[in-house]
Design a protein around this ligand. Structure first.
Ligand code: TRP
Ligand code: SF4
Length: 327
């Protein structure tokens, strides 16, 4: 019996190279070792996009296409959409009833988002409960492993606290304690050297055409002190170099020599990088194209996923409802 794992992603934009090396490659690998549930967290996205949710559906489908194109295999893993499985909102309500307000108000991610996000009104009842819904996602499947980034550890800790409170009140161990699966992943900056993010529009999307990849790569910021081709450069501080390290480590030595011995100019170095990135993206693009051609395939994957998810979720909910005394 494989251990069960659940993870999710909000459908808030196109997926990019940062997602590929930071999340998707990792998820794809975990499929051998775990029974995997991968979820599009559309209710979570709705919490911040409720005033303008017009892109939710598009990004949901688009992200799932990217998932499959990057190696998530719907034959062995369950790929599904959160809102297709009603159990998430039911368990969310039950957990809301037992979660003290203070735990949520103190949550560091909550405070940070309220401080930083000014373009949307997040002072809502629902948004405060963001981590409660996430706890419901995880506990509904009794997932033991949750692959997440550092930024989600506080939510996972809250999940465990809510779980403990649940077991304390109802005197029964229904759920498994979920543990974070933290994997060291390369940090990839955007083409402008800021954090790669949709809001900065500084990313290379998995759906970008080869031409777009070339254009964006050409705009990448390099060693600012290397003005002429004859100036030796400093790969250590160059973002282009860190892309080489991530996507084609076999060229690392070569590029270092080009740069420090001034054998090749930055333009040439970036052109070569674009070519390497396009080689990485080619098979993904190929599979994307196939999946985009037949939207029915993606629908089928998500219908099948919802069916499998509902079966597990239904069992947990039945058990829980009986335990808490609903008729
Ligand atoms: N909050 C997560 C994020 O923003 C997404 C998410 C929702 C999630 N539900 C989850 C992650 C359950 C892991 C498990 O990245
Ligand atoms: Fe960066 Fe390449 Fe230019 Fe060196 S040659 S500074 S590694 S782009």
């Amino acid at each position: 019996m494989k251990k069960r794992l659940l993870s999710g992603m909000r459908p808030s934009g196109p997926l990019h190279l940062g997602h590929l090396v930071g999340v998707l490659n990792n998820w794809a690998k975990l499929q051998d070792e775990y029974e995997c549930f991968f979820m599009v967290a559309d209710w979570h996205a709705h919490m911040s996009e409720y005033e303008n949710p017009t892109q939710l559906k598009k990004y949901t489908l688009d992200n799932v296409i990217d998932w499959v194109a990057c190696g998530l295999d719907p034959k062995i893993s369950t790929l599904f959409v959160q809102s297709h499985v009603a159990g998430h909102t039911e368990l969310h309500l039950l957990l809301s009833n037992i979660t003290p307000l203070g735990w949520l108000e103190r949550c560091p991610t909550y405070k940070e988002q309220l401080r930083e996000i000014k373009t949307r009104n997040l002072h809502t009842y629902g948004f405060l409960g963001y981590p409660v819904l996430q706890a419901a996602d995880i506990l509904l499947y009794k997932a033991k492993g949750v692959p997440v980034g550092q930024d989600q550890l506080a939510h996972l800790e809250l999940t465990r606290e809510i779980l403990r409170r649940f077991q304390h009140i109802y005197k029964k161990e229904v759920f498994a304690e979920p543990q974070a699966i933290l994997t060291a992943t390369p940090k990839l900056l955007g083409i402008d050297r800021r954090k790669m993010s949709k809001s900065y529009n500084n990313f290379i999307a998995l759906s970008d055409t080869p031409e777009e990849v070339r254009r964006k790569t050409a705009r990448m910021i390099t060693d600012p002190e290397r003005i002429r081709k004859s100036d030796p450069g400093h790969p250590k501080i160059c973002n282009v170099f860190s892309y080489y390290k991530t996507f084609c480590p076999e060229m690392e030595q070569q590029v270092r020599t080009w740069c420090t011995k001034a054998e090749a100019g930055c333009t040439e170095c970036k052109q070569k990088l674009a070519q390497m990135l396009n080689e990485t993206l080619a098979p993904i693009r190929e599979r994307r194209k196939e999946l985009t051609k037949h939207t029915s395939t993606v629908q089928d994957i998500l219908n099948e996923g919802a069916k499998k998810a509902k079966a597990v979720a239904g069992e947990t909910l039945a058990e829980v409802k009986k335990l808490i005394g609903l008729y």
